[in-house]
Each structure stands twice: as C-alpha cells, then as structure tokens.
Design a binder for this molecule. Structure first.
Ligand SMILES: CC(=O)N[C@H]1[C@@H](OP(=O)(O)OP(=O)(O)OC[C@H]2O[C@@H](n3ccc(=O)[nH]c3=O)[C@H](O)[C@@H]2O)O[C@H](CO)[C@@H](O)[C@@H]1O
Length: 369
C-alpha cells in the first residue's frame, strides 16, 4: 500500500456532496494522522459552514457557472472555469497533493482540471445513482470512478464501470448500535418504550408533502398506538398536530444527532436523498421512501435498489396522503415480523464501510500512477 502525504478533497454546494467528503476525511485521518488534508470550496458555498468547523483546511477558489451539459469541448470551457482551475492548481502545487478526490458539485471540476493538467491521480466519488454534471465531467479524466450504489443498467450509463464502494458515512451512523442506543434515544425525545415509533424526515430541508400527509393522519396513527418523531425542516411551517393525542407525537425543526432518531425508530418515512438512502439501509432501518418528484427522478433512482432488495416501500409523492398513510404505513408499523424482514433486507443491501472502501480505492489509484 502506497503512503499518502497530501490529499486534496473537492466537493461542495450541497450537503449531499460535503457529508461524504467529511466522512472520508475523518477516515483518512484515523488511518494516517500525518497525512495533509486540504479541501477546496467556493466563497459562498455551504462548504464554508461545514468544513472548517470539522477541523479541515478549506481553500477558496473563485466560483463559476457550471455548464448544463457534459458534451462540450473542454478547451472551449468558459474562461471563468479556467480561472478557477488555475486557482485550484495553485492549491494543488502548494500542498503538493498526491491525489485529488472529488465528490461532485461545481467546485470539483476545477480541481479535476488542475489534477489532469499535472497528471495527478484523480478519484471521482458519485453519491447519487444518476451522476451529476460535475462528476460526469470528472469521469472524462480518470478511470478511477467510485459509486455509492450498485449500477442499474437502464439508469446510470456513466457509472457502468465504476467501483461500487458505498457511501462514506459519519461514524456516529456507520458505527451505530440501534438496539444499544434505543433506550437512551427514546428517553431523549420523551417517547415511550412500549410502542412503535415512526420517524419522519424529509432530508436536510424537510419535505412539505410528508409533513402534510403525516400530520393529517396524526389522529389515526395515534389511535393505532404508534408514536411519531417528526423532523419538519428548519424553514417549513410547523405541522398542525392535534393537542389531545393519546400517544406522543414529537416535532422538531432539525435534528443534528440523526443517530438518536434512527435508534428510536422502528420505521422511517423519508425522501430518497442519497445520504438518507445510504444511512437508512446501512443501519437496517425499514423505510417508506417518498422520492422528491423533481430533479430528473434522481431520488427515485436512489431509493429503488434498496426497495427492490426488500428493505422498504416506495410511493410517489403524488400518491402520498393521510389516507395512504392509514392504509399502508399504519399496518406496517404494527407488524414486527414484516419490519424485521425489511430490516434484514435493508442491512444486507446497505453497507457501513463506504469510507474504508473508498480509501482502499484511493490507495489503488495512487499506486497505479
Ligand atoms: C431535493 C434535492 O435536490 N435533494 C438532493 C439533496 O438531498 P438532501 O440534502 O436532503 O440530502 P440527503 O438525503 O442525501 O442527506 C441529508 C443528510 O442530512 C442529514 N440530516 C437530515 C435531516 C436532519 O434533521 N438532520 C440531519 O443530520 C441526514 O442524516 C443526511 O446525512 O442532496 C442529495 C445528495 O446529493 C440528493 O440525492 C437529493 O436528491
């Protein structure tokens, strides 16, 4: 195994690109505390809020407009992208990076270009089943493409030859012992230990349609003896929960310690963001997935494999209603045997070692240089 001295990580824009980057950086640091880890971001990206507090060096490069299509002549790439690439190149030179690992988002393209010009190894990690534009550009420069999920022939041509490494997850989730943490988690939220818990989360922003459907069925859910832990999203309106329910219905704007929510839950109702799908499957939590209906069906594609493996149910956003919750979710939440089977299927499909598998792949890419 080759020794890494300096690694440049690129990924930004949305949490979906930054969380796996951070989980991977933590893994790298655990394996080799001496390796230099540098991240690149743009001045206004979410990376500025997430990367420095996690203890990693973040260098800023100028932002630019990512083209909508990948089928473009790179030499005709807009000037502003080359300006960003030159800035990324300066960082690469200064820290003497051995490899560039990119997680997508427009900030990764300048890093890919800089590494390509210097003939440095590049590893592209794609978290979504359908790859984003930035990573599809990155894939033109390297054969070291890592995927978070297994290839689906009809859906992700660009990832056909990718190595499936899984998604790097934060250790509070990848090392989660749900049974061990359950009692503490229930107590934390003021939930009862004798009744099942439905955990509702619409991803990092929350989801209005999930909020309306679940709160609309609050009476029926409570009458069935099911408790609800509902993360509504920091910017969403509060959900109208009836005051006199016989069992707890707990709402929160956002939950930083997702592991507590996962440990308290018997069943999850969620969107199909890549991180959510990867986390929920990895910890073997049965789930009802309601993919965000826009963005080119991206979330449906993320959720489909775990559902096909038997780890949960999939419902279109347009079909989700209080009535659907009553007919489909309540009976499931009250069926421990079915939940146990789904849990086993989800865990068999999901993986907890995405960070380690990606690190092995990075070592491989560097050794092949
Ligand atoms: C509408 C949209 O375009 N969504 C995209 C966005 O989803 P979104 O930003 O919702 O991303 P994910 O579901 O992938 O990740 C959400 C992350 O936030 C964490 N979390 C969530 C809620 C909470 O209260 N606390 C908390 O910590 C989850 O544990 C998870 O790690 O990025 C994903 C990854 O690129 C894409 O797959 C999604 O399609």
């Amino acid at each position: 195994m080759s020794v890494l001295r300096s690694v440049l990580l690129a990924g930004g824009g949305t949490g979906g690109h930054i969380y796996p980057l951070l989980a991977f950086a933590d893994c790298l640091r655990r394996h080799d505390p001496d390796v230099r880890i540098t991240c690149v971001g743009t001045p206004k990206g979410l990376e500025n809020e997430l990367i420095p507090p996690a203890g990693y060096d973040l260098r800023q490069i100028p932002a630019y407009q990512l083209p909508r299509s990948v089928n473009m002549n790179l030499l005709r790439t807009p000037d502003r992208m080359w300006r960003s690439a030159r800035a990324a190149g300066k960082v690469v030179d200064e820290v003497q990076a051995d490899v560039v690992v990119g997680f997508g988002g427009y900030v990764s393209v300048p890093a890919y270009l800089a590494a390509w010009r210097r003939e440095l190894p590049i590893v592209v990690h794609e978290v979504n089943v359908p790859p984003g534009v930035a990573n599809r550009m990155g894939m033109k420069f390297t054969k070291f493409v890592a995927a978070g999920f297994p290839h689906q022939p009809a859906q992700a041509e660009a990832l056909r030859n990718a190595r499936v490494v899984g998604v790097p997850l934060r250790t509070s989730i990848s090392h989660l012992d749900r049974d061990g943490l359950r009692e503490q988690a229930l107590e934390h939220f003021g939930l009862r230990p004798d009744l099942p818990v439905l955990f509702v989360s619409g991803g990092s922003q929350g989801a209005r349609s999930l909020n309306l459907a679940v709160s609309g069925a609050a009476k029926e859910i409570a009458a069935a003896g099911i408790q609800v832990l509902h993360v509504i999203g920091a910017r969403n309106e509060p959900v109208p929960v009836p005051a006199d329910l016989p069992v707890p219905y707990v709402t929160l704007p956002y939950l930083s310690e997702m592991e507590l929510g996962y440990a308290a839950a018997d069943l999850m109702l969620c969107r199909g963001g890549a991180m959510t799908c990867a986390e929920v499957a990895a910890i073997g939590l049965p789930a009802v997935y309601v993919p965000y209906p826009h963005s080119n069906q991206e979330q449906k594609r993320n959720a489909l494999p775990v559902v096909e493996a038997g780890g949960g149910l999939l419902v279109d956003d347009s079909e989700l209603s209080p009535d659907w919750i009553e007919r489909m979710v309540i009976p499931l939440a009250r069926d421990p045997q079915r939940l146990a089977a789904m849990s086993a299927a989800a865990a068999a499909y999901g993986r907890r070692d995405g960070d380690e598998a990606l690190l092995d792949y990075v070592y491989e890419a560097v050794a092949a240089q």
